[in-house]
Structure formats: structure tokens, C-alpha cells
Ligand binder design. Sequence first.
Ligand SMILES: [Zn+2]
Length: 275
Amino acid sequence: MIELPETYVLAEQAKQILLGKTIKSAVANHHPHGFAWYAGDPALYNEKLAGKKITGSAAYGGRPEIWAEEMRISFNDGVRARYLAPGEKRPEKHQLLIEFDDGSAVSCSVQMYGGMFAFENGSADDWYYTAAKEKPSPYTDTFDEAYFGGLRRGVKQTLSVKAFLATEQRIPGFGNGVLHDVLWNARLHPKRKLDTLSDADMDALFKSVKATLAEMRDGGGRDTERDLFGSPGGYRTILSSKTLAYPCPVCGGGLKREAYMGGNIYVCPACQPLN
Ligand SMILES: [Zn+2]
């Protein structure tokens, strides 16, 4: 799933490789998918986008976005976007295919669910999009200790750390993927309740949110995700399905996976004690 670091990586790659190209055609919903979402009628995407020049890109929370003059093409977390070089074979099944004037293309496919929204700038009224665009990103200085403390004071103190960080779009783009390494670096168990955290715990958590997310972004995204060229990111996850069989890099103990709040959590029970 696309989260904060991958959003940034995809937006940067899109800027580098697509800027200045003109959209020749756009085909949306070619292979209908029950959980693929569009802005308005997908049959109108070609009319909306053909002839527009790529003028930029942006990373809002977990929403990478491509700018095509006054149009915006915004993706959400379940979309897999791939750049296709001139002459490269197009996938048989896709939910959005954008062809450019130089023969290159971007194809998008949806795994479980995903949205590919093409709309005129300023016309989106989707709450998730607005939150992603307007709330301070951990990648900015506005997201400082005072802001983070305010987020914490604004919720029930019986919430778990996982629920605090990764639900309700409190931190757009922060999901169940980046969560594990952020909490492992802070030595906090995802099930810890906020009211059990000391000032030192909160300090460690804030620092880890900033530093871990930056490391993931600077590494080109997590190694469990793919970039615009289909390559896995260069950030090596410490806790993920990829590392579960290995010992904890700090204490050498076994890592653990368990289901919690609609997803798996990965922990080192020794480094991240619950009590
Ligand atoms: Zn450990």
C-alpha cells in the first residue's frame, strides 16, 4: 500500500519522468474492478485528460498526484502505478492507462481496492483528499513536538498507540505499513495505551515518527512496496512479512506477528514489552 514515503517517491519520480509530456489518450475502467473508484464517469477520462500537458506533481499524505494543467490525477493507497517506456508492452488488464505523446505511458492497476481520481483543481470535495492535503505532514516543520502533543491530547487516552497513529486520518498517509518500524525504533508496543506512555516515551515516539519516515523516503520507499518503475524501494524494513523469520537486529530474539485492529502487527516482544 502507498503510504507517506512511497507517496513522496512516486510524486518525485512522476515529476522527473513525465514533466512536459502531453497526454495522448486516457482509458479508465478498461478492466472493470468492483473496488476501483473514479471521479465521475470513467468513460469521460479521455475527454478530461487528452491534450493536457504534465505540469507537476505533489505528495499529500498518502495521495500522490500528477498535475496536467488545470487537471489533477490523484491516486489513493491501493493503486499500483507503473511507468512504461516507449514500445514497452502494455498490461492486458488495467484500471487506468495514460498514453503520452512520446510513446511512453503510465498504467494503474488495483489490487484489493483503489481510487484514480481525475478532476479539475479545486473541485474535489472528498474528505480523505482534503485531510491529506491540509493536515501537516510529518515531512514538514509544522509537524513539530507541539503539534504532535496536541494530536495526542485531542484523543481518548485509552487508545492504543497503533490506533492513535494509524487511524482516523490523524496523520494522513501513516498506515499499518510504516507503523511497525516507527514503533520498533521507539521501543513501543503497538497495543500500549496512550495513558501508559511517559514523557520519555512520547519524546521517543515523536523522534521516531520524524526520523523513520525520513529514512524510508530517502531510501526510495520501503522494500515491501514498488516504485513507478516496478522496483522495490531501497529502505530495508526491520519489521515486516519479509523479516519475520529473522532475529531482532538489536536483541537477537524472535519477532512476532499477530492480528490486531484489522491488520497484522509485527513486534519484538523483548524490545517492545507490552507492560
Ligand atoms: Zn529485540
